[in-house]
Design a protein around this ligand. Structure first.
Ligand code: ADP
Ligand code: ADP
Length: 225
């Protein structure tokens, strides 16, 4: 069953078409990597799925509902960026609890969900830590947890590990794959790294100039000359 439908979406900034007549359907629980060089429209596409940008034309629908019609607090997506933007004046627990408090969940439920998600990202017991005392990798795990704790329908990751060193990037990539499979959460992962897409994706969508150059399973994409 498809969860996400992108139909003939174009996003223009002046004369530039960042995304150009783009089509994509993503199935429930699928992990799709959007791969392409800088400027190929990956981020713009992801931001439209997340509801942060409105398409110039075309439609993005999640579970059949047009994303532009969903108010921000009800968006069924969780987004993680390259720069994590954690709230440095709050400890880890409060960073994760914040969105749940806005939704007026009971304290006990908030505590249960925050602790479960910290466990999931390998940071059990880190609730009281100040975010600025964490390593880069730990901060990105908190950013991921902050998205997951809201139980989004679709997880959107925009080069989430690009600022980390190679070794850590490979480790976190494996962790994301593991978490994604455990939760069976539909995921779109933006990257310009072929190795990253190859390691992660059920399907790779290669983008160029706002369009799909190729879309196929990793082994198919890399069989081509
Ligand atoms: P990628 O994520 O693949 O690097 P982007 O989606 O960031 O690509 O950018 C695609 C194109 O759209 C680029 O030419 C970029 O300069 C342009 N673009 C993206 N966002 C804006 C914006 N807010 N205003 C003007 N141009 C933009
Ligand atoms: P402000 O204090 O400017 O009103 P917010 O309190 O909404 O901003 O957010 C604080 C910081 O967290 C900002 O840098 C923002 O970009 C970032 N942020 C907000 N929501 C998210 C999110 N869902 N995922 C990642 N970062 C976010």
């Amino acid at each position: 069953m498809s969860v996400l439908e992108i139909r003939d979406v174009t996003k223009a900034f002046g004369a530039t078409k960042a995304v150009d007549s783009f089509n994509l359907t993503v199935g429930d629980g699928e992990l799709v990597c959007l791969l392409g060089p800088s400027g190929s429209g990956k981020s713009t596409l992801l931001r439209m799925i997340g509801g942060f940008e409105t398409p110039t034309s075309g439609h993005v629908a999640i579970d059949g509902e047009d994303v532009t019609r969903v108010p921000p607090e009800k968006r069924p997506t969780g987004m993680v960026f390259q720069s994590h933007a954690l709230w440095t004046h709050m400890n880890v627990f409060k960073n994760l609890a914040f969105g749940l408090k806005l939704r007026r969940l009971p304290e006990a439920e908030i505590k249960r969900r925050v602790e479960a998600v910290l466990e999931l990202v390998g940071l059990a017991g880190y609730g009281h830590r100040a975010t600025n005392q964490l390593s880069g990798g730990q901060q990105q795990r908190v950013a991921l947890a902050r998205s997951l704790v809201l139980e989004p329908k679709i997880l959107l990751l925009d080069e989430p590990f690009a600022s980390l060193d190679q070794h850590l990037r490979e480790r976190l990539r494996e962790e994301v794959r593991d978490i994604q499979q455990r939760l069976k959460i539909t995921t779109l992962f933006v990257t310009h790294g072929q190795d990253e897409a190859l390691a992660l994706a059920d399907r790779i969508v290669v983008m160029r100039d706002g369009r799909t150059e190729q879309a196929a399973a990793p082994d198919v994409v890399y069989r081509e000359p």
